[in-house]
Design a protein around this ligand. Structure first.
Ligand code: ZN
Length: 233
């Protein structure tokens, strides 16, 4: 039985989406690398820890970025990887070809993704990003290419928006469910966090020629984009 959500539904309210310094440190620990360009938290554990990092549709370097939601919780990412390894995406793609109702619901999920991404662009000051207009992620609207993307979307949107993300979430229930915190021991909470890149804050502090700084920022953004693309699949 599907729940019906408003067209632009997001799981977290505005206050809960705001990332604290502690959230950003947790994300870096979960991913074991410094996070950059995270503008919001898309979903949280019942304990409050981030599950999904939200990136604006344009990185601070200027690069367009279609993949809004990035699944960060190691227990969930590992469980979703197991589904992918078990061939679940092939089954879903076959079913999308044969089940018109499912295909329509999945196409609506794509529309939701784009609408919310526009809203996030507006909130974060990115504005419209014409380069990626109509382009979502994870294979939407007609294919399934990355279950991590779909699960990230389902967690950030709440149930009833992305039918295949919801299904993948149900399928990992033996490892993770929304009602139970599985954070303990899921990532290293001791020692130094992977250092957060603070280049945006020290930009004006002399040293390097402006060009070099821009080159380094572009290289970083390209690496991040490549890493995000690496989650595709
Ligand atoms: Zn937790």
């Amino acid at each position: 039985m599907a729940t019906t959500q408003p067209k632009h539904h997001e799981a977290l309210d505005a206050a809960a989406r705001v990332p604290s310094e502690s959230d950003l440190e947790t994300l870096s620990r979960q991913l074991n690398r410094p996070v950059r360009d995270v503008v919001e938290i898309g979903a949280r554990c019942v304990c409050g820890n981030p599950l999904v990092a939200t990136t604006a549709p344009r990185l601070s370097s200027g690069i367009p970025f279609p993949t809004t939601y990035y699944l960060t919780h190691p227990v969930i990412t590992a469980a979703v990887s197991r589904l992918e390894a078990a061939g679940v995406m092939n089954e879903m793609n076959e079913e999308l070809g044969a089940n018109a109702a499912l295909a329509a619901a999945y196409a609506s999920a794509h529309d939701h993704y784009l609408a919310v991404r526009d809203a996030i662009g507006e909130r974060s000051g990115t504005g419209e990003v014409p380069e990626i207009a109509g382009v979502s992620a994870g294979g939407m609207p007609t294919r399934v290419k990355c279950l991590h993307v779909l699960v990230g979307h389902s967690l950030a949107a709440g149930p009833g928006v992305n039918p295949l993300g919801d299904r993948a979430l149900a399928a990992i229930a033996e490892w993770w469910t929304p009602e139970v915190c599985r954070c303990a021991g899921a990532w290293d909470t001791e020692g130094e966090a992977p250092i957060r890149d603070r280049s945006r804050h020290v930009k004006t502090q002399a040293g390097d020629p402006e060009t070099k700084k821009r080159e380094r920022a572009a290289a970083r953004a390209a690496r991040e984009a490549a890493e995000a693309a690496g989650q595709e699949g």
